[in-house]
Design a protein. Sequence first.
Length: 703
Amino acid sequence: MQKLLGSLMVVGICLTPLTMSMFAQNSWAQAENSQSQQLRQLIEQAQQQEHQNKHEQAILTWQQVLTLAQQLKDRKIQAQALLEIGSNQDDIGKRQQALESYNQALSIYKEVGSRSGEANTLNNIGIVYSDIGQPQKALEFYQQALPILKEVGDRSGEANTLSNIGIVYSDIGQPQKALEFYQQALPILKEVGSRSGEAKILNNMAFVYRDTNHPTEAINNWQQAVKITLQIRRELQQSDRQDFLKDNEGSQIALVDFLIDQKQPEKAYEWVNLYTTTDLADYSRLINAKVANPDAQQQLEQWNQQNRQLESWRQDLSKKFTVELSQRINDFQAEINKSAENISRKFPEVAELFETTTTDIAQLRANIPDGTVIVQPVLLENSIAIFVLTKTQVKVIKRAINPKELDTLITQYSKKVQMAATEDWSDDSLKLYDILIRPVSGEIEAAAPKQLSIIATGKFRYIPFESLYDSKTKKFLIEKYPVNNLTRISSRNLQDSLTNLQVPRQAVLALSNPFPNDERNLKGAEKEVKAIQQVLPSSEIYLNNKATLDTFKTQAQRFNFLHIATHGCFISEGCKSLKMDKNTILFADKNLDMADAALLGLKNVSLITLSACRTAITEESNGAEIAGIAYLFERAGAKSVIASLWSVNDDSTRQLMVKFYENLKQGMSKGEALRQAKLSLINNQVYSHPYYWSPFILIGDAR
C-alpha cells in the first residue's frame, strides 16, 4: 500500500507479507467448516473494499475476520487481520489507532516466528512515525526491518524499505544519504520487475536533485519516471486504468512544473502535449474503441492478450519471487514493447494508443494553422500554467492557485450557466476569465489571431470558454475572437486537414427524431433539420423511423456536413429515461456505440454536428467524454465536431443552427460561421443568456 510523504509524490511503501488466501491456506484445508468458509468470504470482501478505497468498511470487515480467527485459534490470520486494520486506519489518518493495531500484529508475528510478517509490520510502523513527523523513530523501525527482509530473501520488501529510509533522510535534510539508499533500492526494483516501484524511486531521486540544485539530473530522473508510468498505463486492462490515472500523475506534474521554472517552456509543452494525447488514447481504450483497419485491430487484440499474460506473471512474481520468472517477465516485456513499435510503424493511425515519447515542439508548431493562437491551461500542484502557442513560439505564464477552490469554481459555473433563469453565473464567469484568460491576454492580443483555439483537459472541458466575460472590456471572449476547441496538437489531426483542405459541398446529411412517439421525442430537432434543408436545398434529411444507423453509414460518405439531431448519451451511468447506454448515439434501428466510430469511414467529412448530446458534470468528472466524442470522430476521418455541453432550448438551437449554415453558405469558415451565429443570439434579448448559445462548442479544425 502506498502513502504520500513529504513533498509531491514522495512515496513510502507499506508492506504485507503474503495475500490472505495464501496465508490462510493451511487453516482452510484443515477446517472446512462454516466458520472457515465465512472467514474466506470475509477476507475476499475486505480485499475488495480496499481495492475500492472503502477503508472504513474494510476496517469493519477485517475486525470480523479477526474475531473469527480468534475463534479458530489461528494466530497468523489474527496477525494479518491486525496488520490490514492498521494499514486501513493509516489510510484514513487514524495514525495512533494504526500504531496500536500494528503493535498487536507485531507481537503475534514474533510469537509465531513469522519473520516476514515481523519485518513488514516494522516497516509499516516506520511509515506511521514518518507520517506524524517523527523521522528518527521511523528510521529506527526501518533499520530493524531491513536485515530481516534480507534474511528471508524478500527482495521487494528490501527495496521498499531502502526507499522508505531514503525518504526519511530526505525529510531530515540529508540528501546525499537519501540518494545512497535510493540508489541501493533502484537496481533491486529493476531485478524484481517492479516498474511502478522503479518509477517512484526515480521520482523521489528527482526531488532530491531538484532540491540540491542539480537540474539536469532532476529532469532526467523525472523523464525516466514518466516514461515508465506511461508504459505501465498503456498495458493496463480497462478495469484498472482509471485508478492508475488518478494515482500516478505526480511525476508528470512535477516535471512540467520544473521545466517551466527552468525557463524551458517548449520542453515543458512537449510533455503536456504527450499527456494530452495519451489522455485521449486512454479514453479510447476505456471504451474499447475499435480501429478501422481490420489487420491493425487484430494485432491490437493480440497485443492486449500478451499484456494480460504479462500481468498474470507479474502477480505470480509479487507472491513469490524467482530469478527465472523475473527474467521471463523482462524478456516478454521487451518483446511486447517491440511489438508496440512495429504496430505503430505499420499502422500510423493507431500509434497514439502506444505513444510514450514526446513529439518535437517544432513539429507540433508546424501543424498550427496560420493565424491561430492556441491556449492550453494546465493544472499543476499549487499553481496553474497557461501555455500560449503560435506557429513561431511557445510562451507560458504560471500563477499560484488553490486547486480545490478552482475545481469548485468550475463545477459551480458549469451548473449555473445551464440555468437560463438565473444571473448568478456572471460573477463566476468574471473570475474564470481572470484566472484563465487575463494572464495571457497580452500574448493573445499581440498575435492578433483569426482563430483562438483552446485545448481543455480535465474539468476545464466543461467550461464554454467563449462565455467567459472580461470585466474591463465588457465583452464575452467570443465577442473578441472566434473560439474553438482542439482535442490536442498531434502530427496527424491538423496536418491531415491542411493537406486535404477543399471547398466543401454545400449540402448536409441530417438525421433527426428517430422516436417521435415516446419520451425520446425531439420535435424541435425535427423542425431544426427541416429549416436547415431550406437553407441548403441540396441537403437530404431522414426523420423518424428513417433516421437509422444503416442510413447514416450508407449516406455519410456522400456529404461534407453531417447533422445528427438526436439524443447522445455521454453520462457515466447511462441515460435510463432514454433507454440508452453511455457513449451511444440514438438512431431508429440501433444505437451507435462510440467504440465503433472509427469504423464509419468519414474521410471526406468536414463537420459532424451533434445537436442533442447529454453530458453531466459531477465531483469526479474529468470531461473525458466530451473530448472523447470528438477524438473518436477525428480518428474516423472527420475534420471537426460540434457538440453540446448540455441540452438546450429547441427554438434557440434551431435559430443558432440555421444561422450557422446560412453563414457557411456565404463562405465563412466554420469557426467564424459559428461565432456569428452565436453573436446573433447574444444580441437577441430573449436568447442573450449563455445558456442558449454557449453549450455548442466546435472541436477540431475551424477552417
